[in-house]
Design a binder for this molecule. Structure first.
Ligand code: SF4
Ligand code: SF4
Length: 91
């Protein structure tokens, strides 16, 4: 299953990744500072919610999110468009 690795220490929130994801599993955070992976197929949503709370409330973070994302089709568009190399997909 694809794993999305998202490094918040590098992310500048430009959101090219979210705009280009063909299956819409990346979206902007509530505070507009970041993007975050969202996938209805993720089973352990409680853990994901903990990350959402952190990134929705903070303007800086060293968080590295590493998460299985079942809906990811591994097109790697997000990696290609991110100007900061802040997002990676692992097969
Ligand atoms: S494209 Fe890169 S820098 Fe921009 S929001 Fe996505 S991960 Fe962050
Ligand atoms: S690899 Fe493709 S489907 Fe997966 S998160 Fe990135 S843009 Fe979306």
């Amino acid at each position: 299953m694809p794993i999305v690795i998202y490094d918040y220490s590098k992310c500048t929130g430009v959101a090219e990744c979210a705009e280009s994801c063909p299956v819409d599993i990346l979206e902007g955070s509530a505070n507009g500072r970041w993007c975050k992976p969202v996938d209805d197929e993720v089973e352990n949503n409680e853990v994901l919610q903990k990350y959402y709370d952190e990134v929705d409330q903070n303007d800086s973070s060293d968080l590295i999110l590493r998460f299985e994302m079942p809906s990811c089709i591994e097109c790697r568009t997000c990696e290609a468009v991110c100007p900061e190399s802040a997002i990676e997909i692992e097969s």
